[in-house]
Design a protein around this ligand. Structure first.
Ligand SMILES: NC(=O)c1ccc[n+]([C@@H]2O[C@H](COP(=O)([O-])OP(=O)(O)OC[C@H]3O[C@@H](n4cnc5c(N)ncnc54)[C@H](OP(=O)(O)O)[C@@H]3O)[C@@H](O)[C@H]2O)c1
Length: 243
């Protein structure tokens, strides 16, 4: 029976991931801040799927705690899905470095801090799967969210390098790039419905990508083509667009 560790388990996408993997008989470790709030989910997973799930206290920004956090896991995971993230506020980040730092540290430094530890363990054990949720926002910087976008771009590059390093150890690394997803993060935003995924669609895509040993995926699939177009716009035109 596989053990799945979900980092940032209070996210809407993470909850859908927990259901998707519990359905197939996996044990689920739900790591989050204020993780006791996830007890109802633990009960739900147990009743619905007879799943053994538990909550773990985890703060992506508390880098120094990450070693002890992973050490404390008596049973190490087979699959790790790094879901936590922080969109933040672009305008505030332009004026106040503290906001910029929080965006960078949550989406990039925190992920690197915990995944370094997990990657070393998986490399030694010569097994495991690491999936990281990045974003299409990392494919090209735009004026409306380049703090978040640049942190996700760095995360995408990190995952690419990690995949390159760990492939010879038999460790599988997947980069997940969602477009719009209807979650707490995008609450109140007017999102174009045909381009917006549900958390369930994202979790299904991640499940399938792990099964099929994919390297990188976009959710929804059309974002791959949208981003291809966006990346190919020449910079002298792109810099004048109101994006
Ligand atoms: N929604 C979208 O349109 C979209 C698009 C592309 C990529 N993504 C990415 O998808 C992932 C999941 O986001 P979501 O859409 O499901 O949004 P969400 O429901 O707002 O989830 C974000 C989660 O990250 C957690 N988090 C933030 N800082 C943390 C920290 N220091 N330590 C531990 N957990 C922390 C939050 O925990 P708390 O509940 O404790 O605040 C929250 O549960 C994120 O990486 C996001 O960047 C989302």
């Amino acid at each position: 029976m596989k053990r799945v560790l979900i980092l940032g388990a209070k996210s809407d996408i993470a909850k859908a991931i927990a259901h998707r993997f519990a359905k197939t008989g996996c044990n689920i470790d739900l790591a989050a801040r204020n993780s006791t709030l996830l007890e109802p989910l633990v009960k739900d997973l147990s009743i619905r799927y007879n799943c053994q799930a538990k909550t773990l206290e985890f703060d992506a920004l508390d880098f120094k705690s990450h070693g002890a956090f992973y050490e404390s896991l008596t049973e190490k995971p087979d699959i790790v899905i790094c879901v936590f993230g922080y969109l933040g506020n672009q305008d505030n980040a332009q004026k106040d470095f503290q906001e910029a730092e929080k965006i960078i540290n949550t989406n990039y430094t925190g992920a690197v801090s915990i995944l370094n530890i997990i990657a070393n363990d998986f490399e030694q054990r010569q097994q495991g799967t690491i999936a990281g949720i990045s974003s299409v926002a990392g494919d090209r910087g735009r004026q409306s969210n380049y703090f978040y976008g640049s942190a996700k771009a760095a995360f995408t590059a990190y995952l690419s390098g990690l995949r390159n390093r760990l492939t010879k150890a038999g460790v599988h690394v997947i980069t997940v790039k969602p477009g719009y997803v209807a979650t707490k993060m995008t609450e109140g935003m007017e999102l174009p419905q045909p381009l917006t995924a549900s958390p369930e669609q994202v979790s299904e895509a991640i499940f399938q990508a792990i099964e099929k040993q994919k390297n990188a995926i976009y959710t929804l699939w059309m974002w791959q083509y949208i981003m291809l177009i966006i990346r190919s716009v020449p910079e002298f035109i792109f810099k004048k667009l109101n994006l």
